[in-house]
Ligand binder design. Sequence first.
Ligand SMILES: Cc1ncc(COP(=O)(O)O)c(C=O)c1O
Length: 373
Amino acid sequence: MSDFIPVCEPLLEGNELKYVTEAVETGWISSSGKYVSEFEKAFSEYCGCKYGVAVCNGTVALHLALVALGIGPGDEVIIPTFTMIATAYAVCYTGATPVFVDADKNTWNIDVNLIEKKITSKTKAIIPVHIMGNPCNMTKIKDIANKHNLFIVEDAAEAHGAEYNGQKTGSLSDLGCFSFFANKNITTGEGGMVVTNNKDLYEKCKYHKNMCFPLDAPRNYLHDDIGFNYRMSNLHAAIGLAQTECADKYRGYRIKNAELYYEYLHKIPGIIFQSDEINSLSVHWMNSIVIDANLFGHTRDELIKHLKDHGIDTRLLFNGMHRQKALFDYGCECTGEYPVSDWLSDNGFYLPSASGLSESQIAKVANTIIAFR
Ligand SMILES: Cc1ncc(COP(=O)(O)O)c(C=O)c1O
């Protein structure tokens, strides 16, 4: 179907091909080429951070950040239940236990008023997730972390260039973690990065990412710690550098998409949008809506089918972590009530959201929804 609108396609309209070609032509295709350090420098600076450690995806970025903080078996880490499962997996990889907090009904981010109830003597860190590119209430989260002596690792996998109180996400805590999967606002195909302003944590990330080879000693193949091969290749970093050069432009496209969808749809009864956090700039990674079937006249699933019949692709929102058998079997407390997360999972979905979406495509999506009522 030629006028099919996919939910998200990457936009690669800068120097991607030029830099990748250069990497291939010079033979620097593994992780030692110049693009890795150039991408780390460019992207961490974009985030307002001194240091960046490029890795092979966003999931291992989170794991590496927790390793750098020394999180391990017996520890608890607070995460929102409404997130992508990578946030929870990263905690499990360390041997620690993820502890879930429900979402806020308006912002869909972790409900900051419920965090303290979940803190125990074992709690070591909080991972706020800037859901859909909407920054969390970091003022409140930092207050809680300071009061209870906890680390904060931002899961900014969906929030490239988002801002809270004028500061970029990723730079608002001990360590910030990004994904560069193909649907992200900045992509390398597969990829991730940990950013930080803390030199010691930066060095720990670098060390553990590369098999725990000593940072400043000759490679004698003697290792003091168990490390990981989480390296990003120069080919991926070449794409990442080119994407970072366009970061503000792409951010603008995503914000414009969101404004257009909102203009078309916010007055339609039964369509609910995510609200931006106060003093923040959301980068609207995915334009998501929740359907109140009574007001809209059809269920979420009926609307999704209608859009599919008209060549428009969508995706369901995440299922909460408390609903995951894998995490229940791991030993997480999954029996609590998480009504907001359940409401989002059962009634919400993403609309097409690519940076390169045209205004006429957005009009088509919106008018197809409106015509269905
Ligand atoms: C909130 C969140 N955290 C982590 C990840 C993991 O990133 P990756 O797929 O690059 O491993 C994602 C990916 O979509 C995500 O949405």
